[in-house]
Design a binder for this molecule. Structure first.
Ligand SMILES: [Zn+2]
Length: 104
């Protein structure tokens, strides 16, 4: 998976283009990501035992992985991700722009 939880991503297309946010959840089987503050939808919420307050709530909706790109923590640019295998066998993600490792 190119994108993982707690990564910062940038939206590359759609109404939230150029917005950045932290990945809260990745849904690999559906090819979706949930990004903090991005793809906000309004939902009409009925009062339940869990949630006392009825009304309209705003909530992030999962969006297609294809619409986001990882923001490289080293060079702060939208990064194409490559992979490198370390000597100890670990596979780490690499930013193709600055060639730095994204994972430590
Ligand atoms: Zn980079």
């Amino acid at each position: 998976m190119r994108v993982r939880q707690n990564d910062t991503v940038i939206v590359i297309t759609g109404k939230d283009r150029n917005k950045q946010g932290k990945v809260q959840q990745v849904l690999p089987k559906k090819g979706l990501v949930l990004v903090e503050g991005v793809n906000i939808v309004k939902r009409h919420q009925r009062a339940t035992a869990m949630m006392r307050q009825a009304g309209i709530i705003q909530k992030e909706a999962p969006m297609p992985l294809a619409k986001v790109m990882l923001v490289c923590p080293r060079c702060s640019k939208a990064a194409r991700v490559g992979y490198r295998t370390l000597e100890d066998g670990r596979k780490v993600r690499v930013c193709r722009t600055c060639k730095e490792m994204i994972d430590l």
